[in-house]
Design a protein around this ligand. Structure first.
Ligand code: BGC
Length: 230
């Protein structure tokens, strides 16, 4: 049967899980629960445990929406302050009793999307603004472009995150996004830029060359690569 991986994507609005085969193919449907409010570690762990309950798996890969170093979460802009310096890897290992690896959510999404050639940049448009950078398939972890200044004294996340989209509407959001793409192009000179995340569906302009959208499911499919890139 091979090793089964439970891929978990912790997001600001939803927590998603799916079981993957050793070669990265889905073995179950994608299962989703709303992110609890407030999204404290205990509340999120309860949801992850509940989602995992009826599934068979041998190991766990988690994408987390903040900086992650050696399984410990260091920031969590869209969750609660209790996540700062929280040992998420150990907590999940204890809850699910399976070996676990934890990585930034955009990094995980990128691992599920990239081709492994040249400079590949990934941005995710969801509650937050995620980013991941790869050079010939090698990850530069925890890029955090989202909190860098973009325009009018605001960051990429402030200008293009979910709160901004709700506030300014799709029309203005669709004017800002091409500007962000152009700025990122000038900065990184990427070979490919992948755009993922739940708000990708609102993009209504033609993407420039070298830029493509990726399906939301890559956020979970990247869960396999965490175990291949030792
Ligand atoms: C976080 C990133 C995360 C992104 C998308 C940002 O607020 O700082 O780590 O990747 O949101 O979830």
């Amino acid at each position: 049967m091979g090793i089964r991986t439970l891929a978990v994507d912790i997001g600001g609005s939803g927590i998603k899980v799916m079981v993957l085969s050793e070669d990265g193919n889905p073995l179950t449907e994608r299962d989703r629960s709303e992110t609890p409010q407030p999204a404290t570690p205990d509340a999120v762990l309860d949801i992850v445990t509940a989602l995992a309950q009826d599934k068979e798996f041998d190991r766990v890969s988690v994408g987390f929406p903040g900086v992650v170093r050696a399984g410990v979460t260091e920031t969590a802009a869209n969750l609660t302050p209790e996540w700062i310096l929280f040992d998420l890897c150990t907590a999940i290992t204890k809850r699910l009793d399976k070996p676990t690896r934890v990585i930034n959510d955009a990094d995980m999404q990128g691992l599920g999307a990239i081709a492994g050639n040249g400079v590949e940049l990934v941005i995710t448009l969801g509650t937050g603004f995620g980013s991941a950078l790869f050079v010939n398939g090698r990850l530069v972890p925890n890029l955090e472009m989202g909190h860098h200044p973009f325009r009018k004294g605001e960051t990429y996340e402030q200008q293009l995150g979910r709160a901004a989209l709700d506030q300014i509407g799709k029309k203005r959001w669709n004017k800002r996004l091409p500007e962000a793409i152009a700025t990122l192009q000038n900065l990184f000179n990427f070979d490919t830029l992948y755009i993922g995340g739940g708000n990708t569906k609102h993009i209504n302009f033609e993407l420039p060359p070298k830029v493509k959208t990726v399906p939301n499911i890559s956020g979970l499919l990247g869960g396999i690569a965490l175990w291949n890139n030792d």
